[in-house]
Ligand binder design. Structure first.
Ligand code: AMP
Length: 123
């Protein structure tokens, strides 16, 4: 099993870790898309959101609470921030171990999807 985030959890590869407890780890994204961009990752391997079971409810809730708590500690909670779970190909998931993106430090755009198909030009 080739799981990049398990390797970070096991300290086999380095990461800029900002928080860790018995259930989750949080580290800065290697390719930040905002002034602050970190990932909250469960220590249990769950490949995608589609694989979450009833027994994962507590850890997924803890991921969200950790994101909010870190945003508060880092001083951008009141201004606001974006949290994102990408799922599978259409969601843009590239690492198959669930993770919550936390992006802050500037206003975020919305919506994330823009129609790129060109409409026929009226004659
Ligand atoms: P996703 O595309 O939603 O699966 O997000 C995967 C994220 O992991 C991307 O934002 C990557 O920049 C990030 N990433 C990949 N490798 C590393 C790494 N070694 N350390 C920190 N973040 C990483």
């Amino acid at each position: 099993m080739d799981d990049l985030f398990l390797k970070i959890i096991d300290r086999q590869i380095p990461a800029d870790i900002i928080f860790e407890d018995d259930q989750v780890i949080a580290f800065n994204d290697i390719s930040p898309q905002a002034p602050t961009h970190f990932l909250v990752v469960p220590k249990k391997r769950i490949p995608t959101l589609n694989d979450i079971t009833d027994e994962d409810r507590l850890v997924v809730g803890h991921m969200v609470q950790t994101a909010a708590s870190l945003a508060q500690q880092m001083g951008f909670a009141a201004d606001g921030y974006r949290t994102v779970f990408n799922c599978n190909e259409h969601g843009g998931q590239t690492v198959y171990h669930i993770h919550l993106h936390v992006l802050g430090g500037k206003p975020m755009g919305w919506p994330p999807y823009q129609e790129t198909l060109k409409q026929p030009v009226a004659q």
